[in-house]
Design a protein around this ligand. Structure first.
Ligand code: MN
Length: 298
């Protein structure tokens, strides 16, 4: 069928790990408010290879950390310190500004496999306060040949406790061989990111490290698998506005991005007794990451 669009992820490197990026794509910047998706691993952590991303800032987005395997330690500039394990959700809200660091705990030497996703905040919340949530008890249910965990939004009666600033969906779908038909909101557009194995959607093959885009107007997504597969099903109302994304910032104009980069590079430590835009210094042994020069000069 013509209305499933399949694109390959592209390679990138973040924090010492090579990964595959499925969002943004040149032709498809957002799916609902989902605007960024990096898939890393499965890869074994060693003394020489681990994820370590020093303190860096964000504005205008939520970060979603989701692990299939491994452990990750999150620290941020509003005082959160949180170890995350598979099946748990870290949801950080940047609003007008937050900084955080993420790393594989030095005691962890197993396999790491997961995704880092971003969600663009709407105008109504993007200038607001930063926040952080950790959810260790998300709803899980069986749908056909799949076990589904609800990260964000709802599936039938199962509703995630996670914050959402716009109506959206984030499901982890673990398939055995067979079929799963997942009811979805027809006003949402959807994306399927395959992290392991291969699934079929409307007869189109979607292999590991590709993303299928499904436009709004469908009431269900039918997934077929000939062997075990793992994927995320993301959805949301089409954003309806153009966001400007650069480095770790999501905004609406170049000026906002340049200002955020300047504010970060000017330092995050308290000045005259007031915390800076990006809060208190992140408690991390890792080095702070400066903003590179923006492509737009003032
Ligand atoms: Mn980050």
């Amino acid at each position: 069928m013509v209305d499933v669009e399949v694109s390959e992820s592209r390679g990138a490197e973040v924090g010492g790990l090579s990964l595959r990026r499925s969002l943004p794509q040149r032709a498809r910047r957002t799916i609902g408010a989902w605007c960024f998706a990096d898939h890393y691993g499965p890869v074994a952590m060693t003394d020489d290879l681990s994820m370590s991303i020093g303190p860096h800032p964000h504005i205008g987005l939520h970060t979603v950390t989701w692990l299939f395997a491994g452990e990750m330690l999150h620290t941020d500039s509003i005082g959160s310190e949180q170890l995350i394990r598979p099946g748990q959700l870290n949801l950080m809200t940047a609003g007008q500004g937050i900084a955080h660091a993420e790393e594989t705990p030095r005691t962890y030497r197993g396999v790491t496999h997961g995704l880092q996703l971003w969600v663009a905040q709407p105008e109504s919340t993007r200038h607001g306060d930063p926040a952080f949530e950790h959810h260790a008890d998300l709803p899980e249910l069986s749908v056909g040949s799949a076990v589904v965990q609800v990260l964000v939004g709802s599936l039938g009666e199962a509703r995630s406790p996670a914050r959402q600033d716009t109506p959206m969906l984030g499901l982890d779908v673990a398939m055995t061989s067979g079929r799963a038909t997942i009811p979805v909101d027809p006003t949402h557009e959807h994306g399927v990111i395959v992290a392991a194995g291969e699934v079929g959607i409307d007869g189109r093959s979607v292999p590991t490290d590709s993303i299928a885009y499904l436009p709004d107007g469908r009431g269900e997504v039918t997934l077929d698998a000939a062997a075990p597969a793992r994927l995320l099903l993301l959805g949301g109302e089409p954003l309806g506005e153009t966001v400007v994304m650069w480095w770790n910032f999501v905004a609406r104009s170049h000026d906002e991005i340049v200002q955020a980069a300047d504010d970060w590079n000017a330092g995050t430590s308290a000045t005259r007794g007031q915390p800076g835009r990006f809060g208190v210094p992140v408690s991390s042994h890792l080095e702070r990451i400066p903003a590179p020069a923006t492509p737009w000069s003032r």
